[in-house]
Design a protein around this ligand. Structure first.
Ligand code: GDP
Length: 302
């Protein structure tokens, strides 16, 4: 918790600081409220959530009357927290659901370059550190480099990697990874998928098949969509395509260390109706953290 906050505060706190200084102005006129709105939009909060927040802030400030810095801080904190969703279930399901005798299965999906493979490796690391045995499935068979990269992660974190021939069938690699995990009595299988956004039908065929094939052996326990926080609204458009193709159960927001636009957390949750469960805070093996709404909002306020 402390780490998430300290790692985020430098890049993120400009949003909260900017809002606090605007709210502290002696006269909160329409122009100032517009500036507040612009500040939120610039941080990628999205249009509808921004309008809701500004409306609530206006009302709360009006009711409050005089405003001490502490009042404003508390008020902003509470409203941002509401927006981020303090009560959403952010559990990453890695345990097998149901009575099937096989490992928990997590599919990791998203556009190439967002940090899928890195996230798969980091998540493997977290699980292994937690005493679970992990198998990685390199179902991105279109780029040999992707399977190599995953295998390197596997060695690094102490997880076996299952891969297929270059250009082979992603679904068959996914199937083999789950089978190998089952035979070896592993706890969790993490499957890294291809994210070529060539055509929606192509993607749908590919990902849909991976999921169907895995489901022959039991339910998929978690489908994590990896989204690059630095791509803002473009990332959201891509995310929507993936959400139409597979049922996403959680979002991993990567590269949050490289942007001050933390508002994307709010926007993407709204857009997909799915909680942000994990955040990427760097390229290193330990740079994956559970998303903690309170720590996140504290980092925003600085
Ligand atoms: P994939 O194509 O989606 O599998 O993406 P990769 O896992 O290969 O990641 C693409 C690049 O983003 C690599 O250089 C990663 O090191 C980098 N990356 C991934 N996650 C993060 C993160 O949370 N923060 C930063 N700064 N870089 C990241």
């Amino acid at each position: 918790l402390v780490r998430l906050r300290s790692r985020l505060s430098r890049s993120q706190s400009s949003l909260g600081q900017g809002l606090l200084s605007l709210l502290s102005r002696e006269h909160l006129d329409d122009a100032t409220w517009e500036e507040i709105e612009d500040t939120l939009l610039t941080a990628d909060v999205g249009v509808a959530p921004t309008q809701e927040l500004v409306e609530r802030l206006r009302e709360r400030v009006r009711v409050l009357g005089t405003r001490t810095p502490e009042d404003l801080r508390g008020l902003l904190r509470a409203e941002l927290l509401t927006l981020v969703g303090p009560d959403l279930d952010r559990t990453v399901h890695t345990e097998t659901r149901g009575a099937v005798d096989r490992p928990g299965v997590v599919l990791v999906v998203g556009v190439n370059g967002t940090g899928k493979t890195t996230t798969t490796g980091k998540l493997g690391r977290v699980l292994v550190a937690d005493g679970r045995s992990v198998v990685l499935g390199a179902a991105d068979t279109f780029r040999a480099a992707a399977a190599d990269q995953l295998q390197t992660w596997g060695k690094r974190v102490g997880a076996r990697t299952v891969r297929g021939p270059e250009g082979g069938d992603p679904a068959s690699v996914a199937f083999d990874a789950v089978k190998e995990g089952t035979d070896a009595g592993a706890d969790v299988v993490l499957i890294d998928t291809a994210g070529r956004l060539h055509t929606k039908t192509g993607l749908m065929d590919e990902l849909g098949k991976v999921k169907r094939v895995v489901e022959k052996q039991g339910p998929v326990d978690e489908v994590l969509l990896v989204l690059d926080a630095t791509t803002g609204q473009n990332g959201l458009v891509q995310a929507r395509v993936f959400a139409e193709v597979v049922d996403i159960t959680g979002i991993v927001l990567t590269k949050l260390d490289g942007t001050a636009k933390g508002g994307i957390v709010v926007a993407v949750q709204r857009e997909l109706g799915v909680p942000v469960k994990l955040v990427g805070l760097g390229e290193g093996a330990d740079d994956l953290a559970p998303f903690e709404p309170e720590a996140f909002v504290d980092a925003l306020i600085g």
